[in-house]
Design a protein around this ligand. Sequence first.
Ligand code: SF4
Ligand code: SF4
Length: 68
Amino acid sequence: MVQISKDACKGCGICIALCPVKILEFSGELNNKGFRFPRITNEEKCTKCENCMIYCPDFAIVVSKNAK
Ligand code: SF4
Ligand code: SF4
């Protein structure tokens, strides 16, 4: 399971760029700081590589390996 804390996000896009299966994209909404934040498009394809969690500079993403 990939959990995105939208209000912690600063919209840098690093997670989107580094997802190897390209299932992250900017949502059309803004968070409470006025930044666009990512959403996951097809979680079934997630390999749980943790790139998004590891490289997010604001710790806005948590990847759980056990839960789906
Ligand atoms: S854990 Fe990996 S595959 Fe899944 S959304 Fe994050 S970067 Fe993409
Ligand atoms: S890497 Fe983190 S701060 Fe940057 S867009 Fe993704 S969730 Fe937001």
